[in-house]
Design a protein around this ligand. Structure first.
Ligand code: BGC
Length: 359
């Protein structure tokens, strides 16, 4: 009987540990909750995987969750991380304004929170923010269009025709991507050197909920049919897109309208997502901005480590990112311009992708 009871007790203990998400190996290690928005876009898989590997290498236990772009799911994942006793949270939010209540709990529990890539708004629980220089992403895209379309040498008698797309309205980053690009392009709108036939130029009109490829494709299809764009139709020189998931939808619609690599409008992007790199190689996307998620993950691991050890985390910006409760000390990584001409150096030589992945 005694034996049966002790066997049951061991089994119960093991089950409790499994449900608490713990394992023998993890016990004693500080635990870090990492909440990512979705597996749909390649970059977040890479971000999550890099972060988990680096945190584990630094001696932490990791609870990594993806939320399928579902805001309620992300809130409950973060709640569970707190209930399971995570010592710090790293969150790439879906809706930057939807986490305030759950993060109030983190603050009460003394659990530090790092906003990853996207700033979490209106919460005083955010200790640090790690991202890329998002304004620079926008200016790189805008400057590319200025050069490639030769805008400096044109006047309004010889304009270029362009349409504009940005990302999700609940993502604070679009203010910087779209804002940076428009700061570069605005003088050309004003002088009539760029014409947007649809007249849709405000951030709200150009937004794409959830950065959805399908939504972007639908909007581009509508723009094509309402303005008569096409290789034989109304002239379209370029489509500004803030990122690759949106660019892919635009490219799909342009291909369906009959454009080929020979006459393809210049489409911009960001992330060097595999599909977009293939499009750059095929001539159906003009450029992308490479943001090496390995660098971002390493910086965040340094931040976590500093927080856990009570030392100074790496910070290189104390003025740009105000989340509504004050400026959040940030680390901004460098974005890099990418095209078909340098993708090999950027992506293959550095081991970010294998050559096979891009076939
Ligand atoms: C990220 C981009 C990404 C987009 C869609 C943004 O917050 O900074 O890299 O393309 O979200 O996932």
């Amino acid at each position: 009987m005694k034996k049966i009871i002790s066997v049951l007790a061991v089994a119960l203990l093991a089950t409790t540990m499994i449900f608490a998400g713990g394992s023998k190996e993890d016990s004693g290690k500080a635990k870090i909750g990492v909440a990512m928005p979705t597996k749909d876009l390649q970059r977040w898989n890479q971000d999550g995987a890099n972060m988990k590997a680096e945190l584990e290498k630094a001696g932490y236990a990791v609870d990594l969750q993806y939320a399928n772009n579902d805001i309620a799911m992300q809130v409950s994942q973060v709640e569970n991380m707190l209930t399971a006793g995570c010592d710090a949270l790293v969150i790439a939010s879906i809706d930057g304004s939807a986490l305030k209540s759950v993060l109030d709990v983190a603050k009460e529990d003394g659990v530090p929170v790092i906003a990853y890539d996207r700033l979490i708004m209106n919460s005083s629980a955010i200790s640090y923010y790690a991202t890329f220089d998002n304004y620079k992403v926008g200016t790189i895209q805008g400057e590319y269009l200025v050069d490639a379309l030769n805008l400096k040498d044109r006047d309004s008698s010889d304009p270029v025709y362009m349409e504009l797309f940005t990302g999700s309205p609940d993502d604070n980053n679009i203010n910087f991507f779209f804002g940076g690009a428009m700061d570069v392009l605005n003088p050309y709108f004003d002088s009539g050197v760029i014409v947007v036939r649809s007249g849709q130029t405000s951030k709200a009109q150009c937004a794409t909920l959830n950065w959805s490829t399908e939504e972007a494709q639908k909007r581009m299809e509508n723009l094509i049919s309402s303005n008569g764009y096409g290789p034989e139709g109304t002239k379209l020189d370029a489509v500004y897109s803030s990122n690759d998931s949106v660019a892919i939808g635009i490219t799909n619609a342009l291909l369906a309208a009959g454009y080929t690599a020979e006459n393809f409008p210049l489409v911009t992007g960001q992330d060097c997502d595999v599909t977009s790199v293939k499009h750059m190689i095929d001539g159906t996307q003009a450029m992308s901005v490479f943001k090496d998620t390995r660098t971002l993950a390493s910086k965040v691991v340094e931040m976590v480590d500093a927080l856990m050890k009570g030392s100074e985390p790496p910070i290189n910006d104390r003025e740009t990112y105000d989340n509504g409760t004050g400026v959040i000390p940030s680390y901004l990584c460098e974005p890099v311009f990418g095209t078909v001409d340098n993708y090999k150096e950027l992506l293959i030589d550095t081991g970010y992708y294998s050559e096979d992945q891009l076939k």
